[in-house]
Design a protein around this ligand. Structure first.
Ligand code: SF4
Length: 492
């Protein structure tokens, strides 16, 4: 078959995945890779300038045109070519950055990750194989990743932002392996009957396979792979290999987190809600009035654009705040959504947050590690708000523990304490708490993408999208209010 870098990488993860892509593409589940894709494009665009001016080989559906354009660019003696394209025996590749000096070549494979992974080395080694097989004198092969510790200070410093990992010796050592992998893949793909390879670690390593549901379609429902509570995939696999697939096979077999046993018990026997009133009451007794419910929205980008921030740092641009000034009092709401699209949205957000939440107020969040980390980061960025933000941190209380500790559990939570599982489980028939009823923005990553798109929209479009972003974030804190009220109700 015609291989490319990505098909080769799919093939070494699992040949059956490649087979299903070709023969049963309709069976794949949608995996939201848009953010990864966008990040990759952004990073490639910046990395192009790592070595100065480049000749870019424009994408063409006719790959032969790209190869011809590359040949023309290679007529230069010393040149940087991005997306230089080659084909050896139906093995096609576009090299992210190819550096030609005289008759020697260096390959640079650019990744938007901050970690070097084996799959990247395999990807670059495939390119090394293609180019050396075509007779190019490749002297160096690199995987370029982002430096997670880089802090933007003035103009982007590309030499500091990127880390070039020299993997030449790996690429040389892998030459025979790449050749035999390609032969194996080609042989495998000749099969016209669907292969019956079993599932395994490869299904989620290094990437999530979109055919997992298809490959486990004959298992009972629910099955071992539906167990939640952070049960490791390896653990589930080992039960699967031992023939323990249904909840009744697994329950009582031991070795699992007791919370997983609770999940299975509740689903198998349709048990009544589990409520530990003492523990819930002990937590609620630590809350004081005025009582604030806070939720941030944030985005992450690989290339920092804001002074003092790092690759993939969470940038808060919005919050919603519900609050009671007194017990059984009126519920109020405040909100903030930055319109500082070019600057640092966190400055205006912190300023308003310090106005909206008086010092020493009890602040409820859901899963405190996120809000606490963001507040500490912003306190470090803005000395003028530091004391106030750290005071908020000191007064944060978390609504997650009753659900994480299963002090309150109903089977509909399905093994998850996330607010997106808890809310519909506690309020199944309340359309005002149903995120599906919102327009445009229904979850966190949609809010991030919406914010990043605002600057490009017309005034009218901006207004509508901002309204929908506000409604989404408002629902996040309103959901917390309703969950809090539910906890008060069940301990009565
Ligand atoms: S689910 Fe697993 S076995 Fe099935 S195609 Fe994907 S990686 Fe291969």
């Amino acid at each position: 078959m015609n291989l490319s870098k990505s098909k080769y990488c799919n093939g070494i993860q699992c040949k059956k995945m490649l087979w299903l892509y070709k023969y049963k593409p309709e069976e794949q589940e949608e995996i939201d890779n848009q953010a990864v894709f966008d990040n990759g494009n952004d990073v490639h665009e910046v990395a192009r300038k790592l070595f100065g001016e480049d000749i870019n080989i424009a994408f063409n559906e006719d790959l032969n045109e790209m190869i011809k354009d590359t040949e023309k660019a290679l007529e230069n003696e010393n040149v940087i070519i991005t997306e230089a394209s080659f084909n050896y025996n139906n093995n096609f590749c576009s090299v992210d950055i190819l550096k030609k000096e005289g008759d020697t070549f260096e390959i640079y494979e650019v990744k938007s990750s901050t970690h070097l992974k084996d799959i990247y080395i395999n990807d670059a080694s495939y390119q090394y194989y293609v180019l050396t097989s075509l007779g190019f004198n490749v002297t160096k092969c690199y995987v370029v990743i982002l430096n997670k510790d880089y802090v933007l200070n003035g103009n982007l410093d590309l030499d500091e932002l990127f880390i070039k990992n020299d993997i030449t010796s790996d690429a040389i050592a892998k030459l025979d392996e790449v050749k035999s992998n390609i032969e194996d893949i080609n042989k495998y793909m000749e099969q016209t009957e669907e292969p019956d390879d079993d599932i395994g670690r490869q299904c989620f390593d290094p990437y999530d396979c979109p055919f997992f549901k298809y490959c486990t379609r004959n298992l009972p429902s629910p099955n071992v792979f539906d167990i939640g509570w952070n049960t490791r995939f390896d653990k589930k696999l080992s039960m699967y290999y031992n023939g323990k697939t249904s909840y009744s096979d697994i329950l009582g077999a031991g070795g699992l987190n007791p919370k997983a046993d609770t999940q299975m018990n509740y689903e198998l026997y349709n048990l009544e809600p589990k409520i530990n009133k003492d523990n819930i009451e002990a937590l609620l007794n630590t809350f004081t009035y005025p009582l604030y419910f806070l939720d941030f929205e944030s985005y992450q980008v690989p290339i920092p654009t804001i002074e003092g921030t790092k690759p993939y740092q969470q940038i808060c641009f919005q919050y919603s705040l519900h609050y009671y000034l007194e017990k059984n009092g009126e519920l109020f709401h405040k909100e903030y959504l930055s319109d500082d699209y070019e600057g640092n949205p966190m400055y205006g957000l912190c300023k308003r947050l310090c106005e909206d939440i008086p010092k020493d107020s009890c602040v409820l969040v859901y899963n405190q590690s996120f809000e606490i980390s963001r507040l500490k980061e912003m306190a470090a960025l803005f000395p003028e708000f530091r004391d106030h933000l750290l005071n908020i941190v000191d007064n944060i209380k978390d609504l997650l523990p009753p659900f994480k500790n299963q002090d309150y559990y109903v089977k509909e939570m399905g093994g998850s304490a996330s607010i997106k599982s808890v809310l519909p489980a506690l309020f199944p028939d309340d359309p005002s708490l149903d995120y599906h009823n919102l327009d445009q923005v229904h979850k966190g990553d949609e809010a991030s993408n919406a914010y990043l798109s605002l600057a490009e929209l017309s005034e009218e479009e901006q207004e509508t999208l901002r309204e929908n972003m506000l409604k989404y974030c408002e629902l996040d804190t309103y959901a917390m209010v309703k969950i809090y009220e539910k906890l008060l109700e069940v301990i009565k």
